[in-house]
Write a protein that binds this ligand. Structure first.
Ligand code: IFG
Length: 535
């Protein structure tokens, strides 16, 4: 008997007929010792988040065999990397070898770069028959997104990193899928509290499960500067050593930033760096005296107020500073976007704000990047191609709608739906309340195309879920606030508007609970969701 079979037999003899009951997110509601009910048949093909564009159940199920292989196309190192990513997920839990092979037999799991044009640059087709599961796409990004769907079609136990009992069965049929929006982002504020490379990589892996493809890093603020700029060393040697609450802070060296960029890229996520200016700049004002109008260096700040700081727009050193920073951040960012903030510049006069933002846009363009700014940037003269990120709650900001009608594209992050740092309710131990308590249904029930009145639906390029970190210092804090609301926003960004429906989403979200438990994600067990605890 092969080792695996011995272990499986042993587990069976111990009566662990079902998967070991998952530790429920809320011990109070999970049965104390009752074994989880035996695994049901394969989950329905469409029980996936985000819901696929098209699902046709048909034919018998596919069951992963012990001697199955993962077939990858020859001559594509990036497709092979997707195959290896999938193998790394399946091997520990199934105990199967799952070798990668370039043989063209359609048996086992097949990743094929031959997607029909109808799945676009990020979509895929997944066909499940008793012989094979075939994921085909026009790009490796599509293969990667198809793999996320494949993961969710398998029992949640597949996410465990130690041997589980199968069977590993997927319902028969065909999924054809592609995203509604091209920009599906999550923002992590690493300035208020610093989050290490490992913490960010952990979040990247969690975001990938829901086909998020943009990671916006809020790198600078009043409380800390988190990205090394060689021509301005004190930004990190001084500005990087503080954070909210007085902790030691931290920052990414250029090598560490590159590591994050590459890790995100391996999960088909582009990094969008944000240098917030001219407000939210106390860390810079504490590092270089000449950036202050009075020439006096500011004291480091570890509180949570906003709107009190401003670069001195009129002074030449400020222009030189902006050029140094944007030049170096652009050079280390392969993605097309550079976010220059622009929010809450209450200590900057309107005239200075417009002058600053007009000039900053030119600097970003000079270094070959596309500007993203918080929607207040619409007060300035927006160059063609500039993107405004909407974070309001009322949708009545006419300058934003006017800019959109003139060609500015919008990323939707309405704070009363998409801000993951909002408390769920008054009992939530961390988070803020200024945009209102936000339960998961509120994060789900909105349409990006109708958030800003008067903005053409075609001006919306996507959605983004910001997570501000005034009250967020650990991965457990990130996960408690992001799950279950991030998957809701991911579905809003990926799935067709016509498929939008709380009842369906609620059921599909409930099935994600055991998956998060298997992944060690301590999620908020929202009372709005009929959570499943067995897998
Ligand atoms: N608004 C500020 C953030 C953060 C947030 C917390 C934006 C664009 C409130 N600006 O959101 O810096 O403090 O919810």
């Amino acid at each position: 008997m092969r080792r695996r079979s011995v272990v499986s037999a042993l587990l069976l003899s111990l009566g662990a007929g079902a998967a070991v009951p998952a530790a429920a997110a809320d011990p109070a509601t999970a049965p104390a010792s009752a074994p989880a009910p035996a695994a049901a048949g394969p989950r329905p093909l469409g029980q996936v988040v985000p819901v696929p564009a098209s699902v046709k159940a048909a034919g018998g199920p596919f069951t992963l065999a012990e001697d199955a292989a993962i077939h990858v196309p020859a001559g594509s190192p990036t497709a092979t990397a997707v195959g290896r990513y999938l193998a790394d997920i399946l091997r520990p839990s199934t105990g199967y070898d799952l070798p990668l092979t370039t043989s063209t037999r359609r048996q086992g799991i097949v990743l094929a770069l031959d997607g029909g044009a109808d799945t676009g640059s990020e979509g895929y087709r997944l066909q499940s028959t008793p012989q094979a599961v075939v994921i085909s796409a026009a790009s490796t990004a599509g293969l990667f997104h198809g793999v996320q769907t494949l993961r969710q079609l398998l029992p949640a136990a597949v996410e465990r990193d130690f041997l589980q009992l199968g069977p590993w069965t997927i319902a028969g049929g065909t999924i054809t899928d592609r995203p509604r929006y091209a920009y599906r982002g999550a923002m992590l504020d690493v300035a208020r509290h610093f989050h290490s490379v490992a913490q960010v990589e952990r979040y990247i892996d969690q975001l990938a499960l829901y086909k998020i493809n943009r990671l916006h890093l809020h790198l600078t603020d009043d409380q800390g500067w988190r990205i090394a700029v060689s021509s301005r060393p004190r930004l990190t040697t001084l500005g990087g050593t503080t954070e909210v609450g007085g902790g030691q802070g931290g920052y990414y060296t250029k090598a560490e930033y590159q590591q994050l960029v590459q890790y995100a890229a391996s999960r088909y996520m582009l990094v969008v760096p944000e240098i917030d200016m001219p407000g939210h700049t106390n860390a810079a004002l504490a590092s270089y005296a000449e950036l202050n109008c009075d020439g006096v260096v500011r004291a480091p700040y570890t509180g949570t107020a906003v709107g009190f700081s401003s670069l001195c727009v009129a002074k030449a050193p400020t222009g030189a500073f902006v050029d140094d920073v944007i030049r170096e951040v652009a050079a280390m960012t392969p993605g097309p976007y550079l976010h220059i903030g622009g929010d809450e510049a209450r200590a900057t006069s309107r005239v200075d704000y417009i002058a600053f933002m007009d000039r900053a846009q030119q600097v970003v363009a000079r270094y070959g990047k596309t500007v993203i700014g918080w929607h207040q940037i619409a007060a300035a003269h927006l160059a063609p191609g500039v993107i405004a990120q909407y974070w309001g709650t009322k949708g009545d900001e006419e300058p934003v709608a006017a800019a959109a009608r003139s060609g500015t594209r919008l990323i939707m992050s309405p704070a009363n739906h998409a801000y993951l740092d909002m408390k769920y309710d008054e009992a939530t131990p961390i988070g803020k309340t200024w945009a209102g308590y936000t339960e998961v249904r509120q994060s789900y029930d909105w349409d990006p195309a109708s958030v800003v009145r008067g903005a053409p639906a075609a001006s919306v390029m996507g959605v983004e879920a910001p997570l501000w970190s005034e009250t967020v210092s650990e991965s457990s804090d990130i996960e408690y606030l992001a799950f279950p609301r991030l998957p809701a926003i991911a579905e809003v960004g990926w799935s067709p508007a016509a498929s939008h429906g709380w009842t369906s989403f609620q059921q599909r979200l409930a099935a994600q609970g055991p998956r998060w438990t298997a992944l060690g994600i301590g999620y908020y067990p929202s009372p709005q969701v009929p959570w499943q605890f067995a897998y």
